[in-house]
Design a protein. Structure first.
Length: 129
């Protein structure tokens, strides 16, 4: 039975966010990449990446169908939050569902820091909350 215990601990280790979450740098994103923003409503309203799909992490499982309808059929889903923690959780969930998903390292904070546009719903300049 010790072999089974090793397998169990190995599967737990594979859930660590450190090296197990596929990531991409903000600077590597192209304008046409599909972006999923999992921040909460107040964060989204303050400012977001234009064209991103917004599904807050607190509603993600219930609204999962919205993602599968909007995401490109054979494309990659780039998941973003404020700094990368919540998006890492969603990225792992999507990967478990068989979706090609990557966490955007540094999140919206780095997005804004490198000069990428942050807008409000009406297209005015926004900010990262």
């Amino acid at each position: 039975m010790t072999g089974g215990a090793r397998r169990a601990s190995g599967s737990v280790d594979s859930m660590n966010f450190g090296g197990g979450v596929p990531t991409v740098q903000v600077t590597d994103l192209k304008d046409e990449d599909f972006l999923l923003d999992v921040r909460e409503d107040d964060e989204w309203q303050a400012g977001h990446a234009e064209g991103a799909l917004h599904i807050p992490i607190s509603e993600f499982v219930a609204r999962y169908g919205e993602l599968t309808e909007a995401a490109p059929q054979d494309g990659r889903v780039h998941v973003i939050c404020r700094s990368g923690g919540r998006s890492a959780q969603v990225t792992m969930y999507l990967a478990q569902q068989g979706i090609d998903a990557v966490n955007v390292d540094g999140g919206m904070q780095l997005w804004a820091e490198v000069g990428r546009p942050v807008v409000t719903d009406d297209g005015r300049p926004g900010f990262v909350l």
